[in-house]
Design a binder for this molecule. Structure first.
Ligand SMILES: [Zn+2]
Length: 44
């Protein structure tokens, strides 16, 4: 039986911030490799 596309994406590993190691909450900007806090720091 084939898996549904939704199930496939749910099985993807959780993203982890490359900077601090915290889990990144799923959001529209899924290409980001860092969490909001680290991104904010870089924008200073
Ligand atoms: Zn971070």
């Amino acid at each position: 039986m084939l898996q549904s596309p939704v199930k496939f994406f749910r099985n993807l590993p959780k993203k982890i911030c490359a900077e601090c190691g915290q889990n990144i909450h799923e959001q529209a900007e899924s290409y980001l490799l860092e969490c909001d806090r680290c991104l904010a720091k870089k924008q200073e």
